[in-house]
Design a protein around this ligand. Structure first.
Ligand code: VG1
Ligand code: CO
Length: 542
């Protein structure tokens, strides 16, 4: 067994500011491509020598093969130990937990999250640092620079490791520790939630459906919900991870989790429905005939978290990404705790969580989490909901109605225009940017513009700055439209239009969401010249 030094050429493809690389699987499978990125990560952190890492992925096509390559490269770069989930599986939150629990230097997570998988779909690799969270911009900038100048990488020619075998093996002198992907994560959940209360809820006949979408959360949800909490067999559907997620998009939203939505809106709907994404960090929550928007879910969880043992002392603060609705701000104001608005992407929550300024964080894109790890955590959100439902003895719709009465309702929807020609999407953003100063005071349809700006962020903990994080247009009466280009798409450009309007607790709380947002949708389309997309409707509305 020897270390080989392979000559290579730089690669392009990492988007600035992203903590990893997300590409078509066939791109990743090109000679040297994955290797170049992995070596760039090691180089960006001043080498892997003597370091310890966690490695695992969501089980999509190419997962197992990529892990073998990463292990051989880690060994060749002198790493001391790599902890791997059995079968190469680890959800993103479980990987974050393992990094923290074992005090490793970082971890590599293989996933393209909610994007479809398979040889003709997407693959991804992201790097998380020692706090368990996505690499911050200081590190990602080094990674990106390195991918553009790399000339060689190191790899061992040792044989493959048996990822099915729990326990320690060695690879060219490096320890490879294969662990049960679920055990430590489950133990962590037991410290946060009242499992006895939730078990009693299920024992009392409470019915739930959890759609794991053929993705990595299947084994976690089956072990915890059916195994430990006593939910009947069949509560978890699509629970076995598959390389192409059963041919679907493992994206927990009303469009892609349609089977679950149909059941929850049907005659014999269970009490509670939930779903999670490819790598298990996102969640969707549905009550009987009621879809809970992720922004509302964040607010409800913040308002009720004290009912779960892990949060009984109360929260230090709540953080949300800028496009997320203001619903959680209202809760923070009432609780008189910190409230933070960050750019899109979980990495911005890391400093706030590390500094103890925020306890719960969330994004409108179905991401919710807390300081128990440094990633969003789909199953965690579902368990917190279950704990709240068990404590309050009410259904989802009663809890939502009560919440809206108390805080008012932020109607919310995101409209995505996917795979647009890059120049069309850039033109829309550039033209908006040029109008910012003249928009104020204009009337568009029924809406009057109060203010418009482009969101910039200064991290209150480390002072780092992030600019151009989305264009915001505020209207009179508390409505808002936000425009952003996606950083995670793999085809053309995806324009996201985030729409929001507010009614107070005395207002009309039960209007259909798209109807409630019609005026702000119209104004947003006019101001941005959305007709240029040539689309008469968004590709996805969540
Ligand atoms: C999207 C979401 C963002 C989320 C990111 C990663 O990014 O909007 O809120 O943090 O995906 O989620 P973008 O740039 O495409 O809008 V995941 O589940 O891929 O780790
Ligand atoms: Co994800």
């Amino acid at each position: 067994m020897t270390v080989q030094i392979i000559q290579t050429n730089p690669i392009e493809g990492q988007k600035p500011g992203t903590s990893g690389l997300r590409k078509k699987t066939r791109v990743f499978m090109q000679e040297h491509y994955l290797e170049n990125f992995v070596q760039s990560v090691f180089d960006a952190i001043d080498g892997a020598k003597g370091k310890r890492f966690v490695v695992g992925g969501d089980g999509r096509y190419f997962n197992a093969q990529a892990i073998q390559t990463i292990l051989k490269m880690a060994a060749a770069n002198g790493a001391a130990e790599v902890i791997v989930g059995q079968g190469g599986l680890l959800s993103t939150p479980a990987a974050s937990h393992l990094i923290r629990l074992n005090g490793t230097d970082g971890g590599l997570i293989l996933s393209a999250s909610h994007n479809p998988g398979g040889i003709d779909e997407d693959f991804g690799v992201k790097y998380n640092i020692g706090n368990g969270g996505p690499a911050p911009e200081g590190v990602t900038a080094k990674m990106l620079a390195r991918t553009l100048e790399i000339t060689e990488y190191k790899v061992s020619d040792a044989a493959d490791v048996d990822l099915g075998l729990i326990g320690e093996q060695t690879l060219d002198g490096m320890v490879v520790r294969v662990v049960d992907p679920v055990a430590d994560y489950k133990a962590l959940m037991e410290t946060l939630f009242d499992f006895g209360k939730i078990r009693a809820l299920f024992a009392g006949g409470f019915r739930m459906r959890f759609d794991a979408m053929h993705a990595v959360t299947g084994p976690y949800a089956t072990a915890i919900l059916e195994g430990t909490l006593g939910a009947p067999a069949g509560t978890v559907i699509n629970g076995v991870p598959s390389e192409d997620f059963g041919g679907g998009h493992p994206d927990p939203n009303p469009v892609w989790a349609k089977t679950l939505m149909d059941e929850m809106f049907g005659d014999d709907a269970p009490d509670f429905g939930a779903a999670s994404d490819g790598d298990g960090d996102r969640n969707m929550v549905v009550g009987k005939q009621l879809y809970v928007t992720p922004s509302d879910s964040l607010a409800v969880l913040a308002a009720n978290a004290h009912l779960a043992p892990g949060y009984a002392r109360g929260l230090a603060g709540v953080a949300r990404s800028m496009p997320t609705s203001a619903a959680s701000d209202r809760v923070a104001a009432k609780l008189d705790i910190g409230s933070f608005e960050t750019p899109t992407g979980w990495k911005f929550f890391g400093t706030l969580l590390d500094a103890g300024k925020a306890t719960i964080c969330g994004e409108e894109s179905a991401g919710t989490g807390s300081d128990h790890v440094r990633e969003k955590d789909g199953l965690w959100a579902v368990l917190l909901w279950l704990n709240v439902l068990a404590e309050r003895g009410q259904g989802v719709s009663e809890i939502m109605a009560d919440h809206w009465k108390t805080f008012g309702r932020d109607y919310y929807s995101r409209h995505d225009y996917e795979a647009l020609p890059v120049d069309v999407a850039n033109d829309i953003m550039d033209d908006l940017r040029e109008q910012l100063d003249v928009l104020r005071g204009q009337n568009v349809g029924e809406m009057a513009v109060l203010a418009a700006d482009e969101f910039s962020y200064v991290d209150p903990v480390d002072g780092s700055e992030s600019h151009k994080q989305g264009i915001r247009i505020f209207f009179e009466g508390g409505s808002r439209a936000v425009f952003r280009l996606s950083g995670t798409g793999t085809e053309g450009a995806t324009l996201r239009v985030y729409l929001q309007s507010y009614v107070d607790g005395a207002g009309d709380l039960f209007v259909e969401t798209q109807a409630a947002l019609e005026d702000v949708r119209y104004a947003a389309a006019e101001i941005s010249g959305l007709a240029r997309t040539g689309r008469d409707a968004p590709d996805v509305m969540t």
